[in-house]
Design a protein around this ligand. Structure first.
Ligand SMILES: [Ca+2]
Ligand SMILES: [Ca+2]
Ligand SMILES: [Ca+2]
Ligand SMILES: [Ca+2]
Length: 400
C-alpha cells in the first residue's frame, strides 16, 4: 500500500513539475539511484510570495505559524534543513529558535516558530551552495534551469505578520526592462525621446546617460541628455547639435550592473541590478540591447502574388531595383521542387510587377519566395514582417 501511495505521489510529482512529455526523456525525479541531471527547484511556498503569515493557534499568545517550501525534486534532507535562514527585514535581526524539518516523501520543508514577531516582514533564504537533491545537484533557486554560483541560485521568498504589509517585503527578483521605445522599428524623428520603463521602482541616480549608450552602425556614440525621469521610467534625447542621421540604425545598450532597483533596505544585493535577459539574477549578466532605424524612406514589401497564364505575378508596393530581382532572390516551387522561370518586369501605378513565367509544366501546390535581400530603387531592402526595417531575419516573403 505504502509502495502504491509512493508511486501515486511520484506520478503527481511528474505531472506537477511539468516534465517534457517525451517518453525517451528519462525522468530524473524517479529514484534511480543515479542521474538527476535536472536541477532541483522550488515548486511552491506558503504563505505565497509577500503573503501574510497567519497565526495557527489563536489560544496561545503571539503568532505560531509554519512556513512551507515544497520542492520539485527529492532533496537531501540534511542539506536543506542546514541551509535555511530567516531574516526579519523590519528589525534586521536573524530569526532564532526556528524548528526546521523536512518531509522526504512530501518533498516539503517546514519552518516553524512559536513566537513570530508581529508587525514584521521576513526574508527566507534556502542557500544553494548547501541545498542539494538526493543525487547531489544544487538547488536552482532562481528557477532558470541553469546552475549558478551562490548567491545567485539561492531560493528567496518573503512574508509578513499582522501589523506589516506586502509593501514592506523586500523584492526577491531583479528589475527588468518593461518597455523600450522605439524598439526595432523605423522612426523619422532625428531628435527622438528614447524611453525605457522598468518592472520595479529604480534608483533614479543610476538612470543617467553614462549607463545608456546609444551608438550608430559605425560605432559612433550619440551624446544623450536625460529629458525626464520617474522611479519607473526614464527618457533620453540626443543632445542639441547631435541629431540622428537618416538611413542609420541605432543600438541602445544599458549597462546591467550599473542600473539598480531602488530596493528596500535589506534587499539582497544580487537582486538589485538589471536582469537584462529576463532569466533571473546571474553573476555575468549580459547588458541589455535593442535598436531602431532612423529613416524617412519606407522599406518595400510584396503586396501580393497572383496566378497568371503559365506563371505568377509578384506585385511590390514600391519601385524596385530590378538587378536585385534575380532567380536566386525570387523563386517558385511546386510538388517537384524548384520551378525555373523567365522574368519580365512590368509597372503597375509606378510600382514594380514581376511576371515569372514557368520554364516547365507545374504540378501540385505552388509556393513562392522573395528574399529579404531584394531592394527598392531607393536602396531599401524587403520588409516582409512590416516593422519598418528591411533586410533582417524574418523579412523573407513566402506565398501563400
Ligand atoms: Ca497565537
Ligand atoms: Ca539557476
Ligand atoms: Ca539574467
Ligand atoms: Ca523588417
Amino acid at each position: 500500500m505504502r509502495y502504491l501511495l509512493l508511486l501515486g505521489a511520484l506520478l503527481l510529482a511528474v505531472i506537477a513539475c511539468q516534465k517534457p512529455a517525451n517518453e525517451l526523456d528519462v525522468d530524473t525525479n524517479l529514484p534511480l539511484e543515479t542521474g538527476a541531471g535536472n536541477l532541483p527547484r522550488v515548486w511552491s511556498v506558503t504563505p505565497s510570495l509577500a503573503g501574510m503569515l497567519v497565526d495557527d493557534n489563536p489560544d496561545a499568545a503571539g503568532v505560531q505559524a509554519t512556513v512551507t517550501v515544497r520542492f520539485c525534486d527529492f532533496m537531501d534532507p540534511g542539506s536543506v534543513t542546514d541551509n535555511v535562514s530567516v531574516l526579519n527585514t523590519t528589525t534586521n535581526l536573524l530569526v532564532n529558535g526556528l524548528e526546521i524539518s523536512y518531509n522526504a516523501d512530501a518533498r516539503t520543508l517546514y519552518i516553524r516558530h512559536s513566537n513570530w514577531s508581529q508587525s514584521s516582514a521576513y526574508l527566507l533564504t534556502v542557500a544553494t551552495g548547501g541545498a542539494r537533491n538526493r543525487w547531489g545537484k544544487p538547488l536552482d533557486g532562481n528557477g532558470n534551469r541553469t546552475e549558478e554560483e551562490p548567491p545567485y541560485d539561492d531560493f528567496l521568498t518573503t512574508f509578513y505578520t499582522a501589523g506589516s504589509s506586502p509593501d514592506s517585503c523586500v523584492s526577491t527578483v531583479p528589475p527588468r526592462v518593461r518597455t523600450f521605445d522605439p524598439d526595432t522599428e523605423a522612426i523619422d524623428d532625428t531628435m527622438p525621446d528614447i524611453t525605457v520603463s522598468f518592472t520595479l521602482p529604480m534608483d533614479t541616480t543610476k538612470l543617467v546617460p553614462e549607463n545608456f549608450l546609444l551608438k550608430d552602425t559605425t560605432g559612433s556614440s550619440v551624446p544623450l541628455q536625460r529629458v525626464w525621469v520617474t522611479e519607473n521610467a526614464v527618457a533620453f534625447r540626443p543632445r542639441a547639435g547631435s541629431p540622428l542621421l537618416y538611413g542609420m540604425k541605432y543600438t541602445m545598450t544599458i549597462t546591467s550592473s550599473a542600473v539598480l532597483a531602488r530596493g528596500l533596505p535589506r534587499t539582497p544585493g544580487h537582486v538589485l541590478s538589471l536582469d537584462a535577459d529576463g532569466d533571473g539574477p546571474e553573476e555575468s549578466e549580459p547588458d541589455y540591447g535593442s535598436y531602431f532605424l532612423c529613416d524617412t524612406i519606407d522599406a518595400p514589401n510584396v503586396d501580393g502574388v497572383s496566378t497568371t497564364n503559365n506563371g505568377l505575378f509578384f506585385d511590390f508596393n514600391d519601385d524596385m531595383d530590378e538587378t536585385t530581382l534575380t532567380s536566386a532572390n525570387v523563386r517558385v516551387f511546386d510538388s517537384e521542387g524548384f520551378v525555373p522561370g523567365t522574368f519580365v518586369f512590368l509597372r503597375v501605378y509606378g510600382d514594380t510587377r514581376l511576371a515569372y513565367y514557368f520554364s516547365r509544366p507545374v504540378s501540385g501546390t505552388l509556393r513562392a519566395f522573395v528574399s529579404s535581400q531584394v531592394k527598392s530603387k531607393n536602396g531599401r531592402r524587403l520588409d516582409a514582417n512590416d516593422n519598418g526595417i528591411g533586410g533582417e531575419p524574418g523579412d523573407d516573403y513566402w506565398w501563400p
